[in-house]
Design a protein around this ligand. Structure first.
Ligand code: NAD
Ligand code: UFG
Length: 340
């Protein structure tokens, strides 16, 4: 039995592949390397002492998808990470985002169906809730208006997978709504390696800490939060990876259906909280300036992760200090990411 991991060379994918291999699973990965490099997977194999099968392939390429399933008839489930994920870029390039994420997923699902593989875990996002009515979000909250095309691709793919399951009850679908993944594997060998200027808070702080950027821009300090800066639910990427392992167990016991889970810690931290935790981790003060609000940002939200605890037996273990410690360990060992 093999697990197919799409986008497995990326940030969350590589950490999940590592945990799958540690658990003794056979793993097949494909990635077109548009936002990653194969080195992450080389390191995962070195760290675990186990090997995986890698295809450099694009999910839009039906022939390539068929080849992967033909050559690996023991694939029983797919963990689907592949996609473009930069919020700002998606506003500038909506066609590329809808085409890659949605058409790519449709091609993948057609290939799965043709090979009778009907088990999928999908990387969704808390962004599908839009602006929540209250900051503590449960899965019962309605989906909302997304503020950008990237978010809509997540919302639409959730709907597509749900509709497919309705049409064919043999499908087992787990939708995982991630909150804000940060941190890195404790070895410091794999981590987040954004190309160009980081869009997200912690990779940006990490580059300030390592001397690649002058200061952090804090996007607004007049939000309705305790210190005025935005509050989010940051989750250690290893905890997130382990959430996928538990979700695989869930897929195996499901008898057709769609399950949706929030993956977060249940705690909210402000931008300043995270900055101060990072300063503690790297042992120095980090410069920042207060900049205007970023369009589309909201005050604060965090998960209610109790359903995942109840039904998956999963709960985040790492706190914000450990997340920043592991991020800094990766960043200081690899100041320029996988390039050195
Ligand atoms: P990532 O960019 O590191 O990983 C995504 C991978 O998909 C990359 O390796 C990229 O090369 C690959 N890819 C993109 N388009 C492809 C295509 N057409 N064919 C094959 N491979 C393709 O991103 P990540 O942070 O690891 O995120 C993984 C998934 O989780 C994404 O779907 C993302 O939208 C989702 N997600 C991420 C976050 C976050 O903050 N990191 C939050 C919520 C959801
Ligand atoms: N922020 C700054 N400066 C920066 C970057 C971010 O002050 O340089 C602030 C933001 O204004 C926000 C907080 O830090 O208050 C977190 O911002 P991120 O960009 O790190 O994360 P977001 O919550 O905006 O979005 C992330 C992913 C989305 C995903 C969402 C899910 O980028 O893809 O989490 O909750 F949908």
């Amino acid at each position: 039995m093999s697990i197919l991991v799409t986008g497995g060379a990326g940030y969350i994918g590589s950490h999940t592949v590592l945990e799958l291999l540690e658990k003794g699973e056979k793993v097949v990965v494909f990635d077109n390397l548009v936002n990653s490099c194969e080195e992450s997977l080389n390191r995962v194999q070195k760290l675990t002492g186990k090997s995986l099968k890698f295809y450099e392939a694009d999910m839009l390429d039906r022939t390539a998808m068929d080849k992967i399933f033909d050559e690996n008839p023991d694939i029983t489930a797919v963990i689907h990470f592949a996609g473009l994920k930069a919020v700002g870029e998606s506003v500038a390039k909506p066609i590329e985002y809808y085409y890659n994420n949605i058409c790519g997923t449709l091609v993948l699902i057609e290939a799965m169906k043709a090979h009778n593989c009907k088990n999928i875990i999908f990387s969704s996002s808390a962004t599908v809730y839009g602006i929540p009515e209250t900051p503590c979000i449960t899965e019962l909250f309605p989906k909302g208006q997304c503020s950008n095309p990237y978010g809509w691709t997540k919302s639409m793919i959730e709907q597509i997978l749900t509709d497919i399951q309705t049409s064919d009850p043999e499908w087992n679908v787990v939708l995982l709504r991630y909150f804000n993944p940060i941190g890195a594997h404790k070895s410091g060998e794999i981590g987040e390696d954004p190309q160009g200027i980081p869009n997200n808070l912690v990779p940006y702080i990490a580059q300030v800490a390592v001397g690649r950027r002058e200061h952090l821009n804090i996007y607004g300090n007049d939000y309705n939060t305790p210190d005025g800066t935005g509050v989010r639910d940051y989750i250690h990427v290893v905890d997130l990876a382990l959430g996928h392992i538990k979700s695989l167990d869930k897929l195996n016991e499901m008898n057709g259906g769609v399950k949706t889970y929030n993956l977060g810690t249940g705690k909210g931290y402000s931008v300043l909280d995270v900055l101060h935790a990072y300063e503690k981790a790297c042992g120095k003060e980090l410069p920042y300036v207060i900049a205007p609000r970023r369009p589309g940002d909201i005050d604060g939200f965090y998960s209610d992760p109790s359903l995942a605890k109840e039904e998956l037996g999963w709960q985040a273990q790492y706190d914000i200090d450990e997340m920043c410690r592991d991020s800094w360990n990766w960043q200081s060992k690899n100041p320029h990411g996988y390039k050195g």
